[in-house]
Design a protein around this ligand. Structure first.
Ligand code: SF4
Ligand code: SF4
Length: 342
């Protein structure tokens, strides 16, 4: 059985957490909703669904400095920017299911075969407090991949009227449960939570009408459409701006640059986000192996629904719908997938 917290005590609870942790929560800045570091808990906004910007920049920022170097006394001095133990001990509050699932996908790329120590430090130090959505945004299709509540979280809040029902998903989550704020939930509260989640998922399903749960079946279907005319059609529409990559919570391509001063005696090594939609992405000294736009459009869709299934057994799309929302050419990934699995 879980616990519950009165809605009017949540702000106080977050203030209490902020005394020990760096707190991240949904805010609106210049008209854009995102999960940001909170200085004042009154800045937190109450959205019924996901933010426009995902959690990705918290763990995998658009620009990551690796180290600084300087030629000195006949040698080279190096200052590492790796976060220290205990840095960034954080609570991320108000995260939605699609974004928790997206971070699990990012973990595979960043922590599995090749470990990124910068990502690992931030990820290990972050406690996730998620919350069930009230209803989906127009572009959301998360239930195509499963339910609205992810398998892994530390705490999970669901609206049950004057309270949030709180599921405890980990030891770290359990440690945050203080009698000052939480009380034991009853069986009736638990039933309310289940009914609430079912009713929101039913609403989303009614809108989404896509079921990709059988990964093996759908990955094969999409893989077999490599020569389909859809790529030519989408290639003509796409303007190669890369917005879909940058906004996606699971896209993780990057470039590494050395930025030095004019005589090369000092500088920094920096990692920046890259995009497989950009013309230069596949350019090598010999050739550009994805010169045509249709090849780049296909590559991105395959890198969501085919390659990650072959490599890790998961899709690298969680149905957040952000790429469809920002695409200036009106390419809607949900509609593309529906055509591919027909
Ligand atoms: S591919 Fe599009 S819908 Fe899927 S996770 Fe990325 S941004 Fe969201
Ligand atoms: S956002 Fe749209 S137009 Fe831009 S690269 Fe992605 S699919 Fe192409």
């Amino acid at each position: 059985m879980g616990v519950k917290i009165a809605k009017n005590r949540v702000n106080e609870f977050l203030k209490y957490l902020k005394e020990e942790y760096i707190l991240y929560a949904p805010v609106e800045e210049n008209g854009v909703s995102k999960i940001s570091k909170i200085e004042d808990t009154s800045d937190i906004i109450n959205l019924p669904y996901r933010t426009q910007i995902s959690l990705k920049p918290i763990f995998f920022p658009p620009e990551q400095k690796f180290f600084r170097f300087e030629k000195k006394n006949g040698g080279v001095e190096i200052e590492d920017y790796l976060p220290q133990e205990g840095d960034d001990k954080s609570i991320i509050f108000g995260v939605r299911g699609c974004d928790v699932n997206a971070i699990e996908v990012l973990d595979k790329y960043m922590l599995d075969e090749f470990e990124d120590p910068y990502y690992r430090k931030r990820r290990e130090n972050a406690i996730i407090i998620g919350i069930s959505c009230d209803y989906p945004k127009e572009s959301c299709f998360c239930t195509a991949f499963g339910g609205m509540v992810p398998e892994r979280y530390d705490l999970w809040f669901t609206d049950i009227g004057p309270h949030f029902y709180v599921d405890i998903g980990s030891k770290r989550g359990e440690k945050l449960i203080d009698d000052k704020f939480f009380e034991e939930a009853s069986e009736e509260d638990e039933m309310r939570k289940i009914r609430r989640i079912n009713s929101v998922e039913t609403k989303i399903n009614r809108k989404v009408k896509t079921n990709l749960h059988d990964i093996k079946k759908y990955y094969h279907k999409i893989k077999n459409r490599a020569d389909d005319s859809i790529w030519e059609e989408l290639g003509r529409k796409c303007v190669s701006c890369g917005k879909c990559n940058f906004i996606c919570p699971t896209c993780h391509c990057f470039d590494v640059k050395d930025m030095t001063n004019i005589d090369g005696s000092a500088g920094e090594r920096i990692r920046v986000w890259d995009s497989c939609h950009l013309y230069d992405y596949a350019k090598t000294s010999a050739e550009n192996f994805r010169e045509e736009r249709k090849a780049r459009v296909r590559y991105r869709i395959y890198d969501k629904f085919v390659f990650p299934v072959m490599r890790y057994g998961v899709y690298a799309c969680t149905g957040c719908g952000r790429c469809s929302e920002v695409c200036p050419a009106g390419i809607d990934i949900h509609a593309v997938v529906r055509r591919l699995i027909k």
